[in-house]
Design a protein around this ligand. Sequence first.
Ligand code: R5P
Length: 322
Amino acid sequence: MKKLKLIAGRGNPSLAQKIANQLKEPLTPVQINSFANGEIYARICEKVRDDDIFIIQSTSSPVNDQLMELLITIDALKRASAGRINVVAPYLCYGRQDRKIISREPISAKLVADLICKAGANRLVSVDLHTDAIQGFFDIPVDHLVGYPQFAEYFLREKIKNLVIVAPDVGAVKKAAKLGTLLHVPLVFIDKRRGSQNFDSHSEVTTIVGEIKDKNCIIYDDMIDSGGTVCNVAQALKEKGAKQIFICATHALLSGEASTKLQNSPASKILFLDTLAIPTEKLIPKMEILSLARLLAKVIKRIHSGQSLGALFKWEEKLVAL
Ligand code: R5P
């Protein structure tokens, strides 16, 4: 059996360390530097020939640097004759550009998949890709994990009654429905419109479809970037008589003033997963970060030993029809 080795990129070192602690495996030393002009250098500091490598790297801010660092690290591993290169990218960038909506647009999610495959990766493990179809952009096996069971566990533990799940836009309905099913609570969805194409533009809540008056509402989205989407929804829910408002999102991109917007929003609690590193200055008292380290450690262990991952996701069978 090839030796399991863990490598941490600079994208999410604290998650990588937690995974290493769970697995009781050291992180393989790597030297990663940036030249004065921004070019990135990566060297693996010990032998990896024939080893089963797991590179843990999220591709969040600065997104292009972290992506490039991942590609360069894969290249270094390939040239060092690593046996198998598994990329663990809990947050994979460019997922929102997964199709052409108007003419002359790129499909950047496909380009990113091609780059990762071409660099030499043999497998991708990721969490809540923006759409399931992105799995098919990769010509290598993709283990696509989902975040909503972590949130379901939280709410079951907290025993909060009178809940509804709110999908803040049409794209979020499927995942929100799954969270709703695990919690046995109804789904509400929002008709969200953006001023222009899906690009950094102001979004508006036009219609709330479902009963939210006097309900405790969980808004569930895959990511919070500027915070505009979920904060607008939280405000609209409050105005229409919602009681407590919770916001859950897998990926805490938190660009610009997002944290301030969230702090000032009517939401009383905001839950994220640790798919990417959140700078300390972006943490606010209302936030709680749930860690995926245990799950990812189990996933890595099973991939390494050639076991099925299905056993970790028994609840998925119940939801497959959704
Ligand atoms: C959209 O399709 C995504 O699922 C998120 O709703 C969106 O990207 C969040 O962005 P923001 O926080 O900037 O509104």
